[in-house]
Ligand binder design. Structure first.
Ligand code: FE2
Length: 365
C-alpha cells in the first residue's frame, strides 16, 4: 500500500494567522527560524501575504488575508491562528491525489502546476480533519524559494539560533468519538499503520482524560498522533482546544533537536514560554527511571523543566510550550530522542497536571 502512496516527508506547515508579518517575526526571534521567502501585493499577489520560514529541515509558512472577504481572514476569525495545511512532499502529486481520492479522500484541490523561471511546481490537496488540508507537493522540478509567486528575502538571521532540526510529529485533536474514524482515514488513504495505543486509563488525571492513537508511515518520517477527549470530571484539554478552535485541528507540533538543553535555553532567552513541571516530578524521576542508560544531567533538566521518559528502546527528553497565540489551541513540543520511538506516555500524567494548572488559571477547568 505504501508503494502506491510514497511520502518523502513534511513539505511545509502553513498557518493562517491574523498578522503574518508579526507571526514571522515571532518565529524568527523566538524559535530561531530564518525568513527566506515572501509573497504579497509587492509581487502581484493581491489578497494575502505569506512569509516562508526555514530552520534545518523545518519549513513553516505564515499566511494572512488582506480583507474581510478573504477566506483566510474568515478562517482566522473562526479558528484563531492555526495550521491550515500539513503538506507532504511526494514524488508525484498527481498520482498521490488520484490514489487518495480513489481510496475515499475528499478532494480539496485538483492537481495544479505553477511555473516561473525557477521551474515547475506540481501540487494537489485533499481535505483532512476540520478545515485542515493535506497538500501533496512535488518540487523535484522546482529550484526557487518555496513556490512561484514567492521572492527570496534578505535572509534575516535568527536572533539566537535554536538548533531545531526537523518535524518529529504533528498531533491533531478530533471530536469525541471520531478518533477511530480518523485513524482509519490515514490507514486507508495514506496506507499508514498504528504505532501505539494508549487507553484512557493510561492518560488521565483526576479531572481529565484523552484517548490517543498514533498513525505513522512505517519509516518514522511521518507520525500523526490523533487525540479525542475522554470522559473526566471536568473539561479536558482536548475539549478546551475544540471549544476555542471551534473545530478539529492541529494541537501541537513536535520539533526535534539534538541538544535540548541548549535549544530550550535559547528559546527561553528568546521569550518562549514553557509549561512548568512540578518539583515532585524530578524527585520521582530518580527512582522511576533506569539512569544507567540515560546520559542527561537531572539538575539541568529540572532547571529548564525538561521531561524524561524511557521505554524498551531507549529514552527521550521533551518539553511543551504554552499556547503560542491568544486562544488556548496550538502549542509546540521540543524533543530529543535517544532510541525511544515513543511520545512520552510516562510523562502524560505530569504534563496533564501542568496543563490543568494553566487551564484552572484561565477559568476553563
Ligand atoms: Fe507530542
Amino acid at each position: 500500500m505504501t508503494d502506491l502512496m510514497p511520502i518523502l516527508g513534511y513539505d511545509a506547515l502553513e498557518f493562517y494567522v491574523g498578522n503574518a508579518r508579526q507571526a514571522a517575526h515571532y518565529y524568527r526571534t523566538a524559535f530561531g527560524f530564518d525568513v527566506v521567502g515572501y509573497a504579497g501585493p509587492e509581487h502581484g499577489v493581491r489578497d494575502r501575504t505569506s512569509y516562508v520560514l526555514e530552520q534545518e529541515g523545518i519549513r513553516f509558512v505564515m499566511t494572512a488575508g488582506l480583507g474581510p472577504e478573504s477566506e483566510i481572514v474568515q478562517h482566522q476569525a473562526l479558528h484563531g491562528d492555526g495550521v491550515k495545511d500539513v503538506a507532504f512532499a511526494v514524488p508525484d502529486a498527481e498520482e498521490a491525489f488520484r490514489v487518495a481520492v480513489e481510496r475515499g479522500a475528499e478532494p480539496f484541490r485538483e492537481p495544479y502546476i505553477d511555473e516561473d523561471e525557477d521551474g515547475k511546481l506540481v501540487r494537489s490537496a485533499i481535505k483532512a480533519y476540520g478545515e485542515t488540508i493535506h497538500t501533496f507537493v512535488d518540487r523535484s522540478n522546482y529550484t526557487g524559494v518555496y513556490a512561484p509567486g514567492y521572492r527570496p528575502t534578505n535572509h534575516q538571521q535568527p536572533a539566537v539560533p535554536a538548533g531545531l532540526k526537523y518535524v518529529d510529529h504533528v498531533v491533531c485533536n478530533v471530536n469525541l468519538g471520531e478518533m477511530d474514524k480518523w485513524a482509519a482515514y490515514y490507514a486507508n488513504i495514506m496506507g499508514f499503520t498504528q504505532l501505539h495505543h494508549f487507553d484512557d486509563e493510561a492518560i488521565s488525571t483526576e479531572y481529565t482524560a484523552l484517548m490517543s492513537k498514533v498513525l505513522w508511515d512505517g519509516t518514522g518520517r511521518i507520525k500523526l498522533p490523533i487525540n479525542e477527549p475522554a470522559q473526566g470530571k471536568k473539561k479536558s484539554q482536548i475539549e478546551e482546544y475544540l471549544d476555542f478552535y471551534r473545530a478539529p485541528g492541529v494541537q501541537h507540533m513536535a520539533l526535534a533537536t539534538d541538544n535540548i538543553i541548549e535549544t530550550v535555553r535559547a528559546m527561553r532567552a528568546n521569550g518562549v514560554r514553557f509549561l512548568t513541571t512540578p518539583e515532585t516530578y524530578y524527585s520521582d524521576l530518580k527512582t522511576r527511571l533506569d539512569w544507567s542508560t540515560i546520559d542527561a544531567d537531572l539538575t539541568q533538566l529540572a532547571e529548564l523543566g525538561i521531561l524524561v521518559d524511557q521505554d524498551d528502546e531507549g529514552y527521550l527528553l521533551q518539553i511543551f510550550t504554552k499556547s503560542v497565540q491568544d486562544r488556548p489551541t496550538v502549542f509546540y513540543e521540543v524533543i530529543e530522542r535517544h532510541g525511544s520511538q515513543g511520545f512520552g506516555v510516562g510523562n502524560f500524567q505530569a504534563l496533564f497536571e501542568a496543563i490543568e494548572r494553566d487551564q484552572a488559571e484561565r477559568g476553563n477547568l
